[in-house]
Design a protein around this ligand. Structure first.
Ligand SMILES: NC(=O)c1ccc[n+]([C@@H]2O[C@H](COP(=O)([O-])OP(=O)(O)OC[C@H]3O[C@@H](n4cnc5c(N)ncnc54)[C@H](OP(=O)(O)O)[C@@H]3O)[C@@H](O)[C@H]2O)c1
Length: 279
């Protein structure tokens, strides 16, 4: 049984993973509000599992350090599953710079802060697993996802760089790349109102409409997963004796990311995503 710290457990992938992992492991799940904590504690009771739930906003450095320090004195952390994240839509010309900074703050600095906080105690023990939920958007830049993909690319660069050095002190690093997952993520997207505004004078109106239409297309829906599908992948990584650096969560996601990895001059990705916004 491992002791797992899992962030972003109020809904979606994080909630499903917390409840699933708690069947066989000791899970400390993080949410941001007392209301979310009460709901998660009730969900755990309904599922017949035991879960510790603590409050933390991953952009709050002091809060992150405090939670990790508290866990160190009560037995330490064997596994970090960092899942908290938020989507942002908008094209660079129309993005408020504050939104770009916020996307980095939550998705990149939040991840960097959580991982940095757990490293000292894992290094001291000579073992530990760090698992971070990125996205296929951490591998392939996608129209109107400029801020989100920039942040997830940054996460992937950080962790890919860290991975051999962490391994030298016994810590594995794994990056998880889901494709579309049916969660509140789309409803929670920042900037969605602007993209949906339908302003006829917007020079990007047609590209936006075409992009939004693709979100419900059969091609994309074929890749749709449930939170539980992704939670099962996270469980497999937690239980793996030798976790890999990168996991896609479905064959659809693997095929999508493969477009990029075999595309040394960018032609294939440009053809694919260009078609999403073209008339
Ligand atoms: N759904 C998809 O299609 C998809 C695809 C690829 C990757 N992902 C990634 O999967 C992860 C989970 O997303 P999801 O789909 O399960 O969406 P979700 O249901 O919206 O869950 C996001 C979680 O992150 C938490 N969170 C957001 N900002 C936070 C902050 N500053 N501090 C602490 N927690 C914060 C949310 O807490 P609150 O309830 O307090 O906001 C929530 O628990 C994210 O990293 C996302 O980028 C999702």
């Amino acid at each position: 049984m491992s002791r797992i710290l899992l962030t972003g457990a109020s809904s979606g992938i994080g909630e499903a993973a917390a409840l699933l992992l708690a069947k066989h492991h000791q899970v400390v799940a993080t949410v941001r509000t007392p209301e979310a904590r009460a709901i998660l504690v009730e969900a755990a009771a309904d599922a017949g599992v035991s879960l510790d739930v603590v409050l933390v906003d991953v952009t709050d450095g002091g809060g992150v350090q405090g939670v990790v320090a508290d866990l160190e004195v009560t037995g330490g952390i064997d596994v970090l599953v960092h899942n908290a994240g938020t989507g942002y839509v908008g094209t660079l010309e129309q993005l408020e710079f504050s939104a770009l900074r916020e996307a980095m703050e939550v998705n990149f600095f939040g991840a960097a802060q959580m991982v940095q906080a757990v490293l000292p105690q894992m290094r001291a023990k000579g073992s530990g697993k760090v698992i971070v939920v990125s996205s296929i958007g951490g591998a392939v830049g996608q129209p109107f996802n400029d801020a989100y993909c920039a942040a997830k690319f940054a996460v992937e660069g950080l962790l890919e760089s860290l991975h051999p050095v962490a391994a030298s002190v016994g810590i594995s690093i794994s990056i998880v790349e889901p494709g579309p997952v049916a969660t509140k993520f789309i409803a929670n997207l920042q900037g969605l109102d602007e993209v949906l505004s339908g302003d006829p004078n917007d020079p990007y109106a047609s590209a936006k409409a075409n992009y939004m239409a693709r979100l419900g297309s059969p091609e994309r829906m074929a890749g749709m997963q449930t939170s539980m599908d992704v939670a099962e992948v996270l469980v497999d990584i937690v239980n793996s004796a030798a976790p890999k650096l990168r996991y896609q969560t479905s064959q659809w996601s693997t095929d999508f990311v493969a477009t990029k990895l075999s595309d040394l001059d960018g032609t294939a990705v440009t053809q694919m995503t260009g078609a999403w916004v073209a008339d």
